[in-house]
Design a binder for this molecule. Sequence first.
Ligand code: MLT
Length: 302
Amino acid sequence: MRKIKTLNNISQKGLCLFGKDYEVSESVENPEAILVRSAQVDTDSFSELLAVARAGAGVNNITIDKASAKGICVFNAPGANANAVAELVMTILGMEVRHVFEATNWVKNLDPNDPALDKTIEKGKKMFSGTELSGKTLGVIGLGKIGVLVSNYARWKNMNVVAYDPYPSAANMHKLSNVVSVVKTIDEVIAKSDFITVHVPFIKGVTENMLNEKNLAAFKGSIIMNFARGGIVNMDTVYKMLDEGRLQSYLTDFADKKSLQNPKIKIFPHLGASTEEAEENCAVMAVEELKDYLEFGVVRNS
Ligand code: MLT
């Protein structure tokens, strides 16, 4: 019987793919493999471990260096939740340019006993008048699976898309050649965009502080979104730009103490991949990878 430890709730659709030869539960001791979503995994804590699979894209909750040193395979589920993230990013951008978050809060806080309630509500139409996405330029930083989907969704909304990837993939460039203006430097994206959205992984010393005081000085737009990882956009620069009125709003899936206290920063609880479909896709991909590896020694993805 093969022993798989699950951490976090993993979608049943994925777990069902393990057949009768597998013992799969949270309480499994000395597992051969671990299936995880967001919990931290220290691979040194398990003596029999052969593999860890993450039902998600990023693997920064797993001790990769320790795993590599011991020959423990670490799998992820690239692309399995890309659509969920891309849809959320475009939805939130659309809501932000129309001030939907503020407007709905404002209405909810009105006095229901106000005799002039209708007139007060009418004022909101002017107060929260917004702008449209159509005709605006979206800067997409990172053209992996999520960046490609975001670019396509933006084009369907009649936006111009200008994009940059530090490590462009030929396949993705072909998919995008008629859709996006791909530029060679991040500076060009920053200078040309009304709104910026970030879709690169966090890699220390590489994408860390990729958007920073120096390059963001050229930004003339209003909104920056980071639904990729914390650490990619330099937050001190963001606070400064917001304070000085050089940035209208910053929207992110990652919280820190200071951002929580800043009303111009809208923070979501790492919601990008939280859909039924994405959770199922990720679980299915991660389980299939584990089974292929444990049963046939096949490594499906890197
Ligand atoms: C991912 O790495 O896929 C994302 O962080 C989404 C998640 O797992 O919630």
